[in-house]
Design a protein. Structure first.
Length: 77
C-alpha cells in the first residue's frame, strides 16, 4: 500500500477523471490509478467479455476459494 498526501489526492481529480496517470517528480509515468468505481467496472466488463452469464452464475454458486496466505505459499512466497 502506498499512502499519498491530501494535496496529491486533490490533484487526481477523480470526480471528473476516473483514471489518472501517476508520474515521478521528473514527469516520467510510473503507473495508472483507477478509482474504485473504474476498477470495479473494468473487472466486471472483463468478466462479462470472457465468461457467459451462466458460467458466472455457476462460479458464484460454487463458492469455495482459498485464503491468500495459502495462495502465496503455493506460489513459493
Amino acid at each position: 500500500m502506498v499512502s499519498i498526501n491530501v494535496d496529491n489526492l486533490t490533484e487526481l481529480q477523480l470526480a471528473s477523471n476516473p483514471v489518472a496517470t501517476i508520474c515521478s517528480q521528473t514527469g516520467v509515468p510510473i503507473g495508472r490509478f483507477l478509482s474504485e468505481t473504474a476498477f470495479h467496472r473494468l473487472v466486471y466488463d472483463w468478466a462479462a467479455a470472457t465468461m457467459s452469464d451462466e458460467e458466472l452464475d455457476r462460479r458464484r454458486a460454487e463458492g469455495g476459494g482459498r485464503e491468500l496466505a495459502e495462495f502465496w505459499q503455493e506460489m513459493g512466497r
